[in-house]
Design a binder for this molecule. Sequence first.
Ligand code: NAD
Length: 255
Amino acid sequence: MASPKRVALITGGGRGIGREIALALAREGCAVAVAARSREAVEAAAAAARRLGVEARPVALDVTDPVAVTRAVAETVETLGPVDVLVNNAGIAESAPLLKTEPELWERHFRVNVTGPYLMTRAVLAGMLERRWGRVINVASLAGLYGAPYVTAYTASKHALVGFTRALALEVAGKGVTVNAICPGYVATDLVWNAARTIEARTGKSFDEAVAAMARINPGGRLIEPAEVAAVAAKLLWDDGTNGETLILDGTPAA
Ligand code: NAD
């Protein structure tokens, strides 16, 4: 087995973008803790990472629960070693016009998409600073930079995550730790399939029409693949010089 160079913890790592990031970091030689609310949900992703020749553990973690956060980080440190790379990927996206955005929906978005990354980062940052090496990679969204209709809670929460990224990046600048946000447009995952089902139910558009409409909103006119997002995360792993950036993935071809 290749000896791991770094230990990475990926939240919401059982499927979609998080799973791809976990595997991309495993291919870079990282030992990976793949975390999600139930251990069963991440067992398959951890097994896939192990097949790439690295150590990998499924970890149970609800990012909104401070006790679970402390426990998950302690378990990762015990089994794999100190966390060098934190990927704050877990997130939710529900749509509703503002007048139907009840306080619970609003607060749920902030709990998962903002408080989660805050709790996770606080749990690992001291160690990163001590070792003078660390990566915090926040999976934000184009919705962290621009507005869109019917998603005030999601958009406000992702703007907050981008603000968190920029402020913390300045706080740790020059100390060996970088903090960046990846901002993709619509990516081909359950999150988009669920949104398409909601559009289908509310508007009478077909599922395929709803997916095609979302693909057209991306400046490149197509859905982004989870592996494209993962490739940006893998690049950030070895990049000491990028800090406080919002890395946009909008489906347009590279220059
Ligand atoms: P997804 O729904 O497949 O994945 C979300 C993951 O977050 C799941 O594994 C889920 O279990 C986990 N999760 C949700 N709440 C959690 C909690 N409280 N604690 C722990 N885990 C929790 O969707 P995805 O597209 O893979 O989303 C991953 C990230 O990418 C999210 O932050 C999302 O906002 C962001 N993103 C997605 C898109 C897109 O179009 N798919 C675009 C831009 C950004």
